[in-house]
Design a protein around this ligand. Structure first.
Ligand code: PMP
Length: 401
């Protein structure tokens, strides 16, 4: 008799569980639009050429060893990551008031940030958008914060509920933490305009709300690393404080290498160095120190101007392919005369389209067409190709008529 006999089976993760179901389906026409991972036109995972090149350089360098990194990770990687998100000429970096620590991709960076805030910030409440990436509430709750939501999405316009967002942030408890998706909001694909960001910034600063940016898609949304960092840079330019969790999963295709960073922008260098000393106390008992291979790839690319340029070209190609899938799907629905306004498919930004399909329609598409997606109707545009667009359009058409 097992001492674990009482353990009940947990449900599959709502996003990763889609892949589990997909893998079990023997149909040759099956299509996985659940998980947010880039695929080529041939439906294959992609390792960037520039990543292969960087790995070759690392392998050929016999002086490289596998010793532990410091608790905060690879110094070069941290500096270059801050430069990437805040901009090369960021005054906050020049004034040494940013601390950056290497963490386990975006998820680990959010988690370390949450634990730091739970220990050292005067407010334990974090407001997250409704809806948001399904892992957010769990990360923050387990990190010791109390999770509330603010309005974000308007299902009638399939766009931003800007007034609802402003109202909710206006009545949020003073000093509360607010999670913001830096760009390419997941799952809705709906981002504020720059004018709206400016209003959000003013409101948050006037109410002393602390911004915690989740930047999982820099460069992946528009194809431009700078354009996709605008929201973060607006908040840093006003001299106020904020946190940023960065992931290299999507924009460098380093998903399984778990490369990311947490930056905390502080008022001055002295605060930043004390904050860093406390971040070490969060990290040490959590994973001791981060892995070395992934951040070495990133640092090799970011510090060499030729490789950096090569990266931006490959990144733009991924972003452009996703955008072209939006247009192809939109056109395919139009050609079928599918009822409804589908313009949100081309308006939404980033990896996902929040289709507006309900959970019964999703079940129907899975059952009849072997198309897999999360039950909220979110599809990963990155999993689509010219060849599979007609099949998806047929399925959507049948689901809504
Ligand atoms: N935030 C958002 C909004 C995401 O979509 C993701 C990836 N799905 C992440 C964070 C974190 O991903 P990772 O831990 O793989 O970097």
């Amino acid at each position: 008799n097992s001492v674990f006999a009482h353990v009940v089976r947990a449900p599959e993760d709502p996003i990763l569980g889609v892949t589990v179901a997909y893998n079990k389906d023997p149909s040759p026409i099956k299509l996985n639009l659940g998980v947010g991972a880039y695929r080529t036109e041939e439906g294959k995972p992609l390792v960037l050429n520039v990543v292969r090149k960087a790995e070759q350089i690392l392998v050929n360098d016999s002086s490289r060893v596998k010793e532990y990194l410091p608790i905060v990770g690879l110094a070069d990687f941290n500096k270059l990551s801050a430069k990437l998100i805040f901009g090369a000429d960021s005054p906050a970096i020049q004034e040494n008031r940013v601390t950056t620590v290497q963490c386990l991709s975006g998820t680990g960076s959010l988690r370390v940030g949450a634990e730091f805030l739970a220990k050292h910030y005067h407010q334990r409440t974090i407001y997250i958008p409704q809806p948001t990436w399904g892992n957010h509430p769990k990360i923050f709750a387990i990190g010791g914060l109390s999770v509330k939501t603010y309005s974000y999405y308007d299902p009638t316009t399939r766009g931003l509920n800007f007034q609802g967002l402003l109202d909710d942030l206006s009545s949020a408890s003073s000093g509360a933490i607010v999670l913001l998706h830096a760009c390419a909001h997941n799952p809705t694909g709906v981002d504020p305009t720059l004018e709206q960001w400016e209003q959000i910034r003013k409101l948050m600063r006037s109410r002393g709300l602390l911004p915690f940016f989740d930047s999982a898609y820099q460069g992946f949304a528009s194809g431009s690393l700078d354009a996709d960092a605008q929201s973060v840079r607006m908040f840093v330019a006003d001299g106020g404080e904020c946190l940023v969790a960065q992931s290299y999963a999507k924009n460098m295709g380093l998903y399984g290498e778990r490369v990311g960073a947490l930056s905390i922008v502080c008022k001055n260098a002295d605060v930043a160095s004390r904050v860093e000393s406390q971040l070490k106390l969060v990290i040490r008992p959590m994973f001791s120190n981060p892995p070395i291979h992934g951040p070495s790839i990133v640092a090799t690319i970011l510090k060499d101007s030729n490789m950096y340029n090569e990266w931006t070209i490959e990144l733009k190609a991924m972003a452009d392919r996703i955008i072209s899938m939006r247009h192809k799907l939109f056109e395919a629905l139009r050609a079928r005369g599918t009822p409804g306004d589908w313009s949100h498919i081309v308006k939404q930004i980033g990896m996902f389209t929040f289709t507006g399909l309900n959970s019964e329609q999703v079940v129907f598409m899975t059952k009849e067409y072997h198309i897999y997606m999360t039950s909220d109707g979110r599809i990963s545009m990155a999993g689509l190709s010219t060849k599979t667009v007609p099949h998806l359009a047929d399925a959507i058409h049948a689901a809504v008529t």
